[in-house]
Design a protein around this ligand. Structure first.
Ligand code: BT5
Length: 333
């Protein structure tokens, strides 16, 4: 069976927005027999597409499979570069590893690596990222911005804003950002971001932005160690979320905001970031590799550095840390 023809039929049916397309039309367009079309339709049904045969009218798509395959993601995707190339694998150790490899081999700006499950998903400092099969979106985005390497950490903040906007748009939930890389719902983590860098004397060769979105897990789908601190969009909204739509929306906002950042700087995005932040104005404990500081998180600089004022009145610039709120009662709900 010619898989390209199968995918072309799926694309044609998706693009007809629920209108039936006749078998004869499809056969003429694709240069195959009507019997072949029928076989391809059966193949799509086996892949999880719901297809209705409408008498005398043809085939109509009624349900898309719940996968992150490029066909579903790219049909109706409103971006110019991000997600135009998608490397999809059903399972892998970590999408970061694949993306690093592809970036080294010259993958273009905007290439996305997507998977249904990871066996060695990772967080910062080589921590484990729990990646339940078919319930989330585990992805890495390769960007090749013409900016100085020290601007790399801001891409985590820009990505956080894109994640919040996508979740808001698709689910109506209102997530918050915990500096620098956590997205929270009701104080629990629903998304983590990991920005890694390939650079040389000429500057940034590639940014590899890893995003782990918990979408349709139930509590039991999480590893025991994270069950009390993690949540999913389904757990918070009570409804299963269309993963394809969420990924499409995220790729759209990623393109919008990364371009905004590259062209206009962080000022505008900082306003958005601060409006979503659960950290700013709060008493926090910042654990770094070499020390721990307690104080009030006063804000972030235009470079994305957290400004923490300790009890002695000193203002500290924090580049990377794990943040805990030290006054839970003041936490924004
Ligand atoms: C992060 O690190 O939050 C970055 C996570 C990035 C994951 C994506 S998935 C696609 C791509 N491929 C990868 O291999 N990674 C990226 P960090 O701030 O260090 O947080 C890690 C901590 O979050 C862990 O130590 C756990 O406490 C917690 N955690 C692990 N899995 C989680 C999950 N699914 N949901 C919520 N919290 C989780």
């Amino acid at each position: 069976m010619n898989i390209t023809v199968t995918l072309k039929i799926a694309k044609r049916l998706i693009e007809s927005n629920g209108e039936a397309v006749s078998g004869q039309h499809l056969a003429d367009e694709l240069g195959v027999s009507r019997t072949a079309i029928w076989k391809h339709i059966k193949e799509l049904e086996e892949k999880g597409y719901g297809i209705e045969s409408v008498k005398k009218k043809g085939y109509r798509i009624v349900m898309l499979p719940d996968t992150l395959e490029p066909l579903g993601i790219q049909t109706g995707l409103k971006t110019k570069s991000i997600g135009r190339e998608i490397e999809y694998v059903e399972s892998c150790a970590s999408t970061q590893i694949i993306a690093h490899q592809l970036a080294q081999e010259g993958a273009p700006d905007g290439t996305v690596v997507l998977t249904e499950t990871q066996t060695a998903g990772r967080g910062r400092l080589a921590r484990k990222w729990d990646s339940a099969a078919n319930k989330g979106a585990w992805m890495s985005i390769i960007l090749r911005p013409d900016v100085a390497p020290q601007k790399a950490p801001q891409f985590t903040l820009v990505t956080a804003v894109a994640v919040v906007r996508a979740i808001e748009e698709v689910t109506g939930l209102q997530p918050q950002i915990k500096w620098p890389n956590d997205i929270l719902l009701n104080g629990k983590k629903c998304t983590g971001i990991l920005t890694e860098l390939q650079s040389d004397a000429d500057g940034i060769q590639a940014l590899i932005i890893g995003i782990g979105l918990n979408i349709n897990q139930e509590k039991d789908d999480f590893d025991a160690e994270v069950q009390d601190i993690a949540t999913s969009l389904k757990m918070e909204s009570g409804e299963a979320v269309n993963r394809q739509k969420l990924v499409q929306s995220l790729l759209f906002y990623m393109e919008l905001y990364t371009h905004m950042y590259i062209e206009e700087g962080f000022a505008m995005l900082k306003i958005l970031w601060e409006s979503y932040s659960t950290t700013i104005g709060q008493p926090v404990r910042a654990r770094m590799t070499n020390q721990t500081l307690e104080g009030i998180a006063e804000g972030i600089t235009d470079d994305g550095v957290l400004q923490l004022r300790t009890a002695d009145g000193k203002l500290h610039g924090i580049y990377s840390a794990d943040i805990e709120m030290t006054n839970e009662s003041r936490k924004t709900p």
